[in-house]
Design a protein around this ligand. Structure first.
Ligand code: ATP
Length: 198
């Protein structure tokens, strides 16, 4: 056994690389998948303990009947880096608390895969037993995103703020090249899964 006790794996890749699709495959193989974006949304969900702090920090009127006005908050932080950092500093500990609670509820033999798009940008690799990076050629990513309704310009702008493939590869324990069909992706995920659980 390569890993001992609960195994905690980070899964990352650029926008449109196929992280969520790979995460679903790992879930089918038996992993407990945690989605960082979903946790961040839940951290700001109905009656979250964070909401009073958000109002305090960003002004009154943002929470109505226990619900955050996400659009109003997004408009406030959109073009203000300082406010964005402030929001992250509130959301991050709440996400960490939620993830820690999920992990504590699991048995020792669980394999947890944490889908975290900005793992490399935020240098989170030391939190994990291993890191899986999903790569996909730029043109394929643009096409896949386009078919999901994201324009090329939007996608390219977002990619410009993300790490490069070389930076991601440097932190990878396992690499998946998602340049084929879904069956090919599934086979690569199986190979990684077998290596993790061997
Ligand atoms: P984001 O960064 O936007 O969250 P992501 O990295 O999680 O994206 P996915 O949502 O998994 O990427 O994939 C992007 C799109 O490409 C989806 O519509 C998905 O169904 C499709 N896709 C991913 N991999 C493949 C593949 N190997 N063959 C065909 N379609 C694929």
């Amino acid at each position: 056994m390569l890993y001992c006790g609960l195994v905690y794996i980070g899964l990352t890749g650029g926008i449109g690389s196929g992280k969520s699709t790979a995460a679903k495959i790992f879930m089918d193989l038996g992993a407990v998948v945690i989605d960082a974006d979903e946790q961040a949304r839940a951290a700001l969900g109905s009656n979250s303990p964070l909401l009073p702090q958000i109002e305090l920090a960003f002004g009154p009127g943002l929470v109505v009947s226990g619900e955050l006005d996400r659009q109003a908050l997004a408009a406030k932080v959109f073009s203000d880096d300082e406010l964005r950092v402030k929001l992250e500093s509130l959301v991050h500990p709440e996400v960490a608390r939620r993830v820690s609670a999920i992990r504590s509820s699991l048995s020792d033999d669980a394999v947890v895969i944490y889908d975290v798009p900005l793992l490399v940008e935020k240098r989170l690799e030391s939190q994990f037993d291993a890191v899986i990076v999903v790569h996909s050629p730029l043109e394929l990513r643009l096409e896949r995103l386009e078919s999901r309704g994201v324009s090329r310009d939007d996608a390219t702008a977002r990619m410009g703020h993300q790490a490069s493939d070389v930076e991601r590869a440097a932190l990878a324990t396992y690499e998946i090249n998602n340049d084929g069909d879904l069956e090919d992706l599934r086979l690569q995920c199986e190979t990684v899964w077998n290596a993790i659980t061997a």
